[in-house]
Design a protein around this ligand. Structure first.
Ligand code: NDP
Ligand code: 2IT
Length: 438
């Protein structure tokens, strides 16, 4: 594989799809060596087949607000790859959503799902719908209109969506209600459902908890743990909430959360009732974190800034893609960070990742560290088809092991990016080889 030539062709085919091209390049750089060692991959055109989604459904979503005004949003489902199991991946509702972002997320999902050791393919979907300031009834009508199109291509054995940014338990409920009505069946077609109607234990906290478990495994390789450590974290959503909860439980002090408006620094640590307050903040349907400082006046708000300027031992970016750049990475390293674990999809830019690698900082890519969310979804799928309930699991430690096996460098440094990409890729590529050209 000539990586530069390949990327040039791909850029020509998909001009302007910045996030998608970034995600593809990162994976290809990691797997180049193992790909070139195996001529079967090249002759079966595995890379060419892997980088293009199997199909994309795009549709309009017309809906009516509480004042009788009609709105039209765009809806998408990108079914990327189903070599190892049914398409699986979240739905994102956020005004920034476009095809490039959903293709990047769907592509990443292939490898993340492969790492979980469960039989799930990769997909992603969503809409540019902005839930900010919308009433519950408006969110319900939007979800119902969205499902009116989506239901045609999903099913418990074909494609199983879940939540992501802007899609939590409430939205999954509205989406599931409409699916059931249209399909006339009560099946596990979505994950992230309520506990009393087919959901799995710990799904809401699974992603954030999983990222912290993964970080613990990484710290263990250096003989340290979360106790007494200062943690800087971004976001204030589902993942951030889970990560704050677990890191605090393990004895760390989490001092920041963030939103698109800026970040909050709480020198006393975000613990106890303050963690519950994060849920209230989210439920308000407003995308601002500043109100935290009205509730807890010891905390300070930094308008338009990111939390990476705060001195910390561990950094957990849990908000969105490309929210931690090279300058942020240099600042973190100079301030003594020892471990950076992504709790979101691709929050660090490639230049930031390079800084962490050059300085031999413990760094885990999201696709390994937050795979706990989708892994719990996988358990929910099995639970739905077997009509069973699952307890907690040990999957994060297994994913960590796979990264170490495939990412250990000569000097002992563990390149988790390489480890995750190689391990995730090999399983999918071999399944594609076994199943012929389809
Ligand atoms: P939520 O919608 O619950 O929260 C997302 C958070 O990020 C919100 O606080 C959001 O604020 C904030 N945010 C969005 N854009 C920015 C920005 N530019 N700067 C700072 N903060 C921002 O989503 P999740 O917590 O579920 O998702 C967070 C990340 O985790 C995403 O990358 C997602 O793909 C990933 N993820 C989620 C999983 C899940 O199971 N939920 C599983 C695996 C990964 P606002 O909404 O106000 O813009
Ligand atoms: O990015 C992700 O892994 C998710 N948003 C969860 C996907 C899922 O199917 O549970």
């Amino acid at each position: 594989m000539d990586l530069e030539k390949f990327m040039l062709e791909l850029e020509k085919k998909h001009p302007g799809e910045v996030e998608y091209l970034q995600a593809v390049r990162e994976v290809l750089e990691s797997i180049e060596e193992v790909y070139n060692e195996n001529p079967h991959f090249e002759s079966a055109r595995i890379i060419e087949r892997l980088v293009e989604p199997d199909r994309i459904l795009m549709f309009k979503v017309p809906w009516t607000d509480d004042n009788g005004q009609v709105h039209v949003n765009l809806g998408y489902r990108v079914q990327f790859n189903n070599a190892i199991g049914p398409y699986k991946g979240g739905l994102r509702f956020h005004p920034s959503v476009n095809l490039s972002i959903l293709k990047f997320l769907g592509f990443e999902q292939i490898f993340k799902n492969s790492l979980t050791t469960l039989p799930m393919g990769g997909a992603k979907g969503g809409s540019d719908f902005d839930a900010k300031g919308k009433s519950n009834a408006e969110i319900m009508r939007f979800c119902q209109a969205f499902m009116l199109e989506l239901w045609k291509i999903i099913g418990p054995e074909t494609d199983v969506p879940a939540g992501d940014i802007g899609v939590g338990g409430r939205e999954i409920g509205f989406l599931y209600g409409m699916y059931k009505k249209l399909a006339r069946e009560n099946t596990g077609v979505l994950t992230g459902k309520g506990l009393n109607w087919g959901g799995s234990l710990v799904r809401p906290e699974a992603t954030g908890f999983g990222a912290v478990y993964f970080a613990s495994e990484m710290l263990k390789t250096k003989g340290v743990d979360f106790k007494g450590k200062i943690v800087a974290l971004s976001g204030f959503g589902n993942v951030a909430w889970g990560a704050v909860t677990k890191a605090t439980e393990l004895g760390a002090k989490v001092v920041t959360i963030s939103g698109p408006d800026g970040y909050v620094y709480d020198p006393d640590g975000i613990s106890g009732d303050k963690i519950n307050y994060l849920l209230e903040l989210r439920a308000s349907n407003q995308d601002i974190v500043k109100p935290y400082t009205y509730e807890f006046p010891n905390a300070q708000f930094f308008q338009g800034k990111r939390p990476w300027e705060v001195k910390c031992d561990i950094a957990l970016p849990c908000a969105t893609q490309n929210e931690l750049d090279k300058e942020d990475a240099i600042r973190l390293v100079n301030n003594g960070v020892i471990c950076v674990v992504e709790g979101a999809n691709m929050p660090s830019t490639p230049e930031a990742v390079q800084v962490f690698h050059d300085r031999k900082i413990l760094f885990a890519p999201g696709k390994a560290a937050y795979a706990g969310g989708v892994a719990t979804s996988g358990l929910e799928m099995s639970q739905n088809s077997m009509k069973l309930c699952w307890p907690r699991k040990q999957i994060m430690a297994d994913i960590h092991k796979q990264c170490v096996c495939n990412g250990k460098e000569d000097d002992g440094y563990i390149n988790y990016v390489k480890g995750a990409n190689v391990a995730g890729f090999l399983k999918v590529a071999n399944a594609m080889l076994d199943q012929g050209v389809i």
